[in-house]
Design a protein around this ligand. Structure first.
Ligand code: ARG
Ligand code: ZN
Length: 879
């Protein structure tokens, strides 16, 4: 079958499996090129499924060495094999056992799905459909089984043997050269949560006692010699386990919890039951090889995968259309954890920046899809910002709409009622409905409708009546396959800000709910607030209460007033961002006339801010100092975008602010100079963030001074954060000093691949014509390899995120990425299709670039033998 002819899988076609698998016994003898897998399945007809169905087992790149049904070899006339698997035509209509033997070549598995070897370590990745690359199975999440796994290997090659659940036996085999371990997982689980690890690994560990009294051994496994970098992950694990007990009442449920870091991994990490496997980038940390951002990501991802134990594993998904049931909810949970551990407003701002840059852009382009898609060709292409980040926003809105207490009761009900099942969004929502007594039928539209709604707000003060009337209207642009859009339920958290702060909210409108939330659930509505002695400035969408675009009829001076007076930190930050965005959008469209005035206004507001309480919360101040990114401006413009013009405007505004604030920025760098040893804690990280944000502005405003400070900072730094910030600032300043620093950095970290990824990326992001040639040159660097996903994401992914250089007017950026996608597709389709996703905003470009991007996409699309992953993204991008 050609990839473009792959069948469309539809939600409405869901049927329960005809067969269930109660137990799985695996006996796996690990070998680099000839791994033996003996599987024994206990099958039975599904009472809820269709009787008399053939047994269609999934298999991918497999061939059976032998098949036994109830211990008797199966007559070849009774089954057939295809590239999709193994069909047993007339299985007995009762429970029976099936034994199948397969042989795998983990060393040749470059797709990194199924069983593979990463730097000599055997590991697995089975979500979404990798288990079928290990053995024949009903590889669907609603088939849940109890697994017992025996692993055998040469001791010298794999002294550590891990699988899901608890260790029940382990011993040396006669002769002393080989050994085995048996793992048993009592919790029934779908195949995508299966995992094994075998190899030479060091570990750090810690005993843990759960709130309900279970003794658990926690361990983090890493490559030999790297145990000194595993402490932060272990410490984060302990903190998130306590948090889940306290906040969600969730206890861990096995005797061991293992985390393993591997260096070749397609994504961030994987929540396999009791055996989480991680991209080592999200485990390893020490001050000189991990940045503050890395420490925060490790904490968040350790928590994310751990939280999946309840939201994902104990309660899994009925089918892959329900992916957001576990992912959106688990992202929400990890965001809440990080907010509690660090600063809530700063975390919210950072998350909203990510949401806008990744999800809003996805929603605005050809790859837009609902949080719960209705159809897919390749499920691995739906592990997207929409399913994850927008999915988390839906949970956040639900909490705002039904209130904290009802949300907590609804979650308890969900954990109780759906435990041990493969559930749906409907079942989840039903729990919230029951707990709150609220009707959420209309809200469910958020799961079905793609696109980012726009809310247009305008207000009028009536001095006579002392009332203020707020008009809100919503609309959602058409997205592929969804031309008609309906209104959704939008909780608009708001305040009315007067001279002395927030004014009391008095209104008889039914749209105003407790806690100052106006629920916009119609195309438009108006709310009148009374008893207002002065004209208020509305502060809307506080805390970013809904994932929408907001168009306000406030002038810059009112926004600047919100910046200084709003009680909502998020909206203080947002107010300044809006002022900058408006000016940059105009300039990006070619009218730069307002840019200087805006620079003056912003600089004035910022200098008052920096002179005032800014230093009390440096992490927040760092967010305030950082302008919206050029890509955000391009997205706001939305059509006929010339990235060079946008970038030029951004540079001009940043430089002007850098010049105007020069004294403040210098003073601030003095005041924030760190004393004492490095700590990744939120407070010192916030000080570094502000200091380094200032460095970036200085580098743009006064390059010579910026270079001097950057080189000094690099020389003195005792941590990667400050070194990287110095490098990033220098990349803004062309010249010999920059090249020397780049070279010095590269030598310093020559043996640290994860740091070199950042070094590669910093170079790939340089907004200059020479960058494409530089990136091509770096592909020959000894540290680079197309086979390692982290290297590809660093260098090639970095380039594809470079607004001006990926979108070069001559189209060479597109052609380069298209060539790499085609080459990578032969070895690793998932990484290739992710990279092809870099074209997701091509339709918003001006005509010349649009034509060149389209030509590159067509070149990919017409390449023979594409994977389903890449064929699907190419077709949808062009569709
Ligand atoms: N479930 C994993 C996580 O969110 C990610 C798995 C991604 N799998 C994939 N095929 N893209 O933590
Ligand atoms: Zn997840």
């Amino acid at each position: 079958m050609r990839a473009e002819d792959a069948p469309l899988i539809r939600l409405e076609d869901y049927r329960p499996s005809g067969w269930l698998i109660d137990t799985v016994d695996l006996d796996i003898v690990l070998d680099p090129t000839r791994t033996k897998v003996r599987s024994q399945l206990q099958l039975r007809p599904n009472p809820a499924g269709h009787a008399g169905a053939p047994l269609v087992l999934d298999g991918d790149e497999l061939a059976p060495d032998s098949i036994l049904l109830d211990e008797v070899p199966l007559d070849p006339a009774l089954y057939s094999l295809s590239p999709q698997g193994l069909t047993i035509h007339a299985p007995p209509a009762r429970a029976f056992s099936l034994r199948v033997e397969t042989t795998l070549d983990p060393g040749a598995n470059t797709k990194l799905m199924g069983l593979y070897r990463s730097s000599g370590v055997y590991c697995t990745q089975c979500e979404a459909d990798g288990f079928r690359r290990i053995t024949y199975f009903l590889d669907r999440p609603d088939v849940m089984s109890v697994y017992t796994v025996r692993l055998e290997a040469r001791k010298a090659e794999a002294p550590v043997l891990l699988s899901n659940g608890n260790l029940v036996a382990a011993a040396e085999l006669p002769g002393g050269e080989r050994h085995f371990a048996v793992w048993h997982d009592p919790h029934p689980k779908p195949a995508y949560l299966f995992a094994l690890v075998g190899g030479k690994l060091d570990h750090v560990r810690q005993p843990y006692v759960t709130a309900d009294g279970r003794k658990v051994e926690l361990a983090v496994y890493v490559e030999p010699g790297k145990a000194g970098r595993a402490g932060w992950a272990l410490e984060s694990l302990v903190r998130c386990m306590r948090w889940d007990e306290r906040v969600f009442g969730r206890n861990y449920d096995l005797d061991v919890f293992n985390v393993v870091a591997v260096s070749d991994f397609n994504m961030g990490a994987m929540e396999n039951k009791g055996l989480n496997i991680f991209n080592d980038k999200y485990v390893l940390a020490d001050p000189l090889t991990a940045s503050d951002g890395d420490y925060a990501s490790i904490e968040a991802i350790i928590a994310h995968e751990y939280f999946h134990n309840w939201t994902g594993n104990r309660i899994t998904c009925r089918d892959w259309f329900q992916l957001c049931l576990k992912e959106g909810l688990t992202v929400f949970r990890d965001q809440e954890f990080s907010s509690d551990e660090r600063s809530r407003p700063v975390k919210r701002i950072a998350d909203v920046r990510t949401l806008r840059s990744t999800q809003f852009s996805e929603d605005a382009g050809p790859l837009a899809h609902p949080v719960r898609p209705r159809a897919y060709k390749e499920i691995n292409n739906f592990y997207t910002p929409t399913v994850y980040e927008k999915g988390a926003e839906l949970i956040r809105m639900l909490k705002v709409l039904i209130g904290e207490d009802a949300f907590a009761r609804g979650m308890d009900l969900y954990f109780e009622r759906c435990d041990g099942t493969a559930a749906t969004i409907e079942e989840f929502l039903d729990c919230l409905v029951e707990a709150s007594g609220q009707d959420l039928a209309h809200f469910a539209g958020w799961y079905e409708q793609a696109g980012t709604p726009t809310v247009v707000a305008s207000g009028r003060y009536d001095a006579q009546a002392k009332s203020y009337t707020l008009q809100l209207a919503q609309s959602t642009p058409a997205t592929p396959g969804q031309s008609e859009k309906r209104p959704v339920v939008i909780p608009v958290a708001l305040g009315l800000v007067g001279k002395g702060g927030d004014l009391p909210l008095a209104s008889t409108s039914p749209a105003l709910k407790a806690g100052g939330v106006v629920v916009l659930d119609q195309p438009s509505l108006s709310v009148t607030f009374t008893d207002l002695p002065e004209a208020p400035t509305p502060s809307l969408l506080r805390g970013f209460s809904a994932p929408v675009r907001l168009e306000l009829d406030l002038g810059d001076s009112e926004l600047l007033r919100l910046f200084s007076a709003d009680s909502d930190s998020f909206n203080r930050w947002q107010a300044l961002q809006t002022v900058a965005t408006r000016a940059l959008v105009r300039a990006g469209k070619g009218d730069g006339s307002a840019l200087d005035t805006t620079a003056t206004d912003l600089a004035k507001a910022l200098s008052e801010f920096l002179a005032g309480p800014a230093l009390a919360d440096p992490a927040f101040a760092a967010q305030v100092l950082r302008l919206p990114a050029p890509a955000d401006i391009a997205r706001e413009i939305g059509r006929d975008v010339d990235p060079d013009v946008v970038h030029g405007a951004h540079r001009r505004l940043s430089a002007a602010i850098g010049v105007a604030l020069a004294d403040h920025l210098a003073g601030l760098r003095q005041d924030l100079g760190e004393r004492g040893p490095y700590s990744p804690a939120a407070a010192p990280a916030g000080r570094r963030a502000l200091r380094n944000e200032a460095l970036g502005l200085i580098a743009l405003g006064a390059p010579a001074e910026g270079a001097r400070l950057s080189l000094a900072q690099f020389a003195e730094a005792d941590n990667l954060t400050d070194r990287l910030a110095a490098l990033a600032a220098m990349t803004l300043i062309p010249g010999a000093e920059r090249e020397e620093l780049i070279a010095r950095f590269g030598e310093l970290y020559a043996r640290e691949p994860l740091v070199l990824d950042k070094w590669l990326m910093a170079q790939a992001l340089i907004a200059e014509d020479g960058t494409l040639a530089r990136v091509k040159g770096l592909m020959n660097h000894s540290a680079f390899s197309l086979g390692n996903p982290n290297r590809v994401r660093g260098l090639i992914g970095g380039f594809a995120a470079n607004l001006t250089q990926f979108n070069r007017a001559d189209g060479e950026g597109y052609a380069f990425i298209a060539d790499i996608v085609i080459a990578l597709d032969r070895t690793n389709p998932q990484v290739a299709s992710r990279l092809l996703g870099s074209f997701k905003s091509w339709r918003m470009l001006e005509a010349g670039r649009r034509a060149k991007a389209e030509a590159a996409l067509r070149m990919v699309q017409t390449t023979p033998n594409l994977s389903r992953d890449v064929a699907d993204i190419a077709a949808r991008s062009l569709g």
